[in-house]
Unconditional design. Structure first.
Length: 71
């Protein structure tokens, strides 16, 4: 199992965390999702996987949920 971290902005509360978590959890290959929330700052999205996960698909899921990945 490996973990890849992404920096995400726009999250302000636990509802935001749940929204992003649900969006990323359905990306093929994702086994688990957790987020260290920094309200109105740069939160860290942790994506666990047992196989390769397309980073672009993760970023697209975050953006589709209404938040932004810092590149």
């Amino acid at each position: 199992m490996s973990t890849t971290d992404y920096t995400v902005t726009g999250l302000t509360c636990n509802h935001c965390v749940m929204t992003v978590s649900r969006a990323v959890a359905i990306v093929p290959g994702v086994a688990g999702v957790s987020i260290d929330l920094v309200a109105n700052g740069e939160s860290t999205l942790h994506v666990e996987s047992g196989e390769a996960v397309d980073a672009t698909a993760v970023e697209t899921a975050v953006e589709a949920a209404g938040y932004h990945v810092v590149r």
